[in-house]
Write a protein that binds this ligand. Structure first.
Ligand SMILES: Cc1cc2nc3c(=O)[nH]c(=O)nc-3n(C[C@H](O)[C@H](O)[C@H](O)COP(=O)(O)O)c2cc1C
Length: 190
C-alpha cells in the first residue's frame, strides 16, 4: 500500500556496499519522475543519473549528510551510497528557477518511493554548492543542480516517533538507531 511505502521511505544515510544500483534502475526511477505534475507543464526538471563509482565518490565528497549529528560522519566509511540522482532545473527552459523548486520536491519523493518499492532507500540532500556539483559532473552552465538524492540498500535502522516537548531534531541512540520525531496528525491540522 502507498502509505506503507511512505512510512518505509525514510532518510537513510548508511548503505550496504554489496548492493549495486544499475543505470537501468536509475532510468526507471527517472522515467516515473518524468510523469509527475509540473508547474505550467514546462517540464524544466532534468536528471543526472550517477552510478559510476568514481562519480558517486565525488558526489559523496561534495554533499553533507546529517550536519546536525556532527562530529558523526555520514555516510560511514565503507557504507557509501551505490548511486545518486541529481535533480536539476534547466534554466534554459525555466528562466526563474524558484517556482520550479516545488517540481524538484515532487520528482525527488517519486524517485524515493520507487526506490522503496525495490527495497532500496536514500536521502534527499540539499546541503551542497550547486557549482561544485555542476563542475564535478560536467553539467552545462544552464543546468542548476537543485537536490541530490543518494541511493542504495539501507543498512541502518530509522524509526519514526511522535514528537515530544516541541523537539523536531532527529537523533541517534547508543545503539546507533536513528530517531525521527514527527508532529502528530492533530497538531498539523488547521
Ligand atoms: C529538501 C530537503 C533537503 C534535505 N537536505 C538534507 C541534507 O542536506 N542532508 C541530510 O542529511 N538530510 C537532508 N534532508 C533529509 C531530512 O533531514 C529528513 O527528511 C528529516 O530528518 C526527516 O527524516 P525522514 O526523511 O526520515 O522523515 C533533506 C530533506 C529535504 C526534504
Amino acid at each position: 500500500m502507498l502509505k506503507d511505502l511512505v512510512k518505509q521511505s525514510r532518510s537513510y544515510r548508511s548503505f550496504d556496499p554489496a548492493v549495486k544500483i544499475t543505470q537501468e534502475q536509475l532510468l526507471e526511477f527517472a522515467d516515473a519522475a518524468r510523469l509527475t505534475p509540473s508547474t505550467t507543464n514546462l517540464q524544466a526538471i532534468k536528471f543526472k543519473l550517477v552510478s559510476d563509482p568514481a562519480q558517486v565518490e565525488s558526489l559523496v565528497e561534495r554533499t553533507t549528510l546529517a550536519a546536525a549529528l556532527r562530529p558523526l560522519v555520514l555516510p560511514p566509511k565503507g557504507h557509501h551510497p551505490a548511486a545518486f540522482i541529481v535533480v536539476c532545473i534547466d534554466t534554459a527552459i525555466a528562466k526563474n528557477p524558484t517556482p520550479f523548486l516545488k517540481d524538484v520536491g515532487i520528482a525527488a519523493q517519486t524517485i524515493l518511493l520507487c526506490a522503496a518499492e525495490q527495497g532500496l532507500g536514500g536521502c534527499m540532500v540539499g546541503n551542497f554548492q550547486p557549482e561544485a556539483i555542476r563542475e564535478a559532473l560536467g553539467l552545462g552552465e544552464e543546468i542548476l543542480p537543485s537536490l541530490c538524492i543518494c541511493l542504495g540498500k539501507p543498512d541502518e535502522t530509522v524509526v519514526l516517533e511522535e514528537m515530544q516537548d516541541g523537539k523536531t531534531a532527529y537523533y541517534r541512540d547508543e545503539a546507533g538507531v536513528h530517531h525521527v520525531p514527527k508532529r502528530s496528525l492533530k497538531e498539523i491540522l488547521l
